[in-house]
Design a protein around this ligand. Structure first.
Ligand code: ATP
Ligand code: MG
Length: 376
């Protein structure tokens, strides 16, 4: 159990949020949402203890282990891939390293023997004997093939490093898992594997993401960072969207009713204040008027993304027709007989195992590259 009590974060004069009170429970997955720059990453840093809040405190059970998705892709360059994953459980990794150091000593004293025995005991408690196997299995699941497991991190491509760091965060069944935008730079296969992993994860997950499909699948709760507050909503993203829209609508309607009442009271007071026989009623209405408070509706920082195309002229129904495109580059067949049609108002996602294929296809469509054969 992780709990934020009375948390406020300010940078200089800028207030990100004030008096945040949220209890994060086991078995739940909390999605942190909000516009860019509202303070989602900062909140994760406060929860992990990396950043001291301006006010308030974060508490957790002493024995619980927090695991954080490392944002620095170059932090483990000189370590092997497998060690980088095992480092996800720092205590286990430190014991493993210390043990190895003792065993490699040429003069193994009695004292060393006792120390090693103690380390072995804790190592076994932490399921150390299965560490490599479970690290390998996480790597395989994320699409990092076995021949890369014992390479150095510096030898990996950027997209593989991201996956190793994710495996590091997930390693060793942490009690609390903090993930800041974990689906960025992941391929679709890895994203759907992560979704399944998080759905089946039995401890606490707190995840920042702008990916609402992902949030919808994995979240049991949504924490919305907006209006200088962090509000907790039970349910997934769609449920949050519906209920927050409803809440806003209700607030606007309530204010509208209050404004009508205010107007009615003001009219009465204006008409009858000078009238001796009605002055008592006018005074009582003045008092009622003072009691009515409009709810403050602060402006939202949220901006929904959209693409606004303004074509020079209205297009017809058939926008594009691609027929039998092939492309081979350096002996590798990148595109093999690609054909499709694009109609007005279509919204198309282009997917490929080989990301190069998408780049090449778009280069051909934009006229930057010539296909090997093109009949149209
Ligand atoms: N150490 C710091 N000192 C001063 N300002 C900071 C510091 N850290 C973050 N900020 C500011 O606080 C605000 C919130 O930053 P944060 O990175 O938490 O936003 P975010 O919600 O994660 O945004 P994004 O969606 O773009 O990742 C930003 O305006 C940022 O510039
Ligand atoms: Mg962020």
């Amino acid at each position: 159990m992780l709990q934020a009590t009375g948390i406020s974060v300010r940078f200089g004069k800028r207030v990100l949020y004030e008096d945040v009170n949220i209890k994060f429970s086991k078995g739940c997955c909390y999605g942190i949402i909000g516009a860019n720059g509202t303070g989602k990453s900062t909140f994760l840093k406060v929860l992990s203890g990396e950043l001291e809040p301006s006010k308030g405190e974060v508490s957790k059970d002493k024995l619980e282990r927090i695991s954080v998705l490392n944002q620095n892709h170059f932090a483990f360059e000189e370590y092997s891939v497998i060690d980088t994953v095992i480092m996800g459980n720092k205590e286990l990794y430190d014991i493993k390293t210390e043990k190895d150091k003792i065993y490699s000593k040429p003069d193994f004293s009695e004292e060393d023997g006792m120390k090693a025995a103690k380390l072995e005991e804790r190592f076994a408690e932490l399921d150390g004997w299965n560490a490599e196997a479970s690290a390998e299995s996480l790597l395989n699941d994320l699409g990092i093939s076995p021949e890369k497991h014992y390479k150095l991190m510096s030898e990996l491509e950027a997209k593989d490093k991201v996956k190793v760091l994710l495996a590091q965060a997930l390693f060793g069944n942490p009690d609390i898992l903090l993930l800041d935008e974990p689906t960025n730079d992941l391929d679709l296969k890895a994203i759907s594997w992560l979704e399944e992993f998080l759905i089946n994860f039995e401890n606490t997950v707190i995840v920042v993401s702008h990916d609402r499909y992902f949030l919808n699948k994995v979240c049991t709760h949504i924490c919305d960072v907006d209006f200088g507050e962090i509000k907790l909503f039970p349910g997934n993203y769609d449920f949050w969207y519906e209920s927050s829209q409803l809440l806003q609508k209700q607030m606007r309607e309530q204010n509208k009713k209050k404004e009508e009442k205010i107007k009615e009271l003001q009219d009465f007071i204006a008409r009858f204040s000078a009238n001796a026989s009605k002055s008592k009623q006018a005074t009582s209405r003045k008092k009622s008027l003072e009691k009515i408070q409009l709810d403050e509706i602060k402006p939202s920082a949220r901006k929904y993304p959209y693409i606004d195309f303004k074509p020079d002229r209205l297009p017809g129904n058939e926008i594009l027709e691609v027929k039998n495109i092939c492309k081979t580059i350096n002996g590798e067949k990148i595109l093999n007989n690609i054909s499709f049609k694009v109609k007005e108002k279509d919204k198309i996602a282009v997917l490929a195992e080989n990301e190069n294929a998408i780049t090449v296809l778009f280069q051909i469509l934009s006229g930057e590259l010539e296909p090997d054969s093109r009949r149209n």
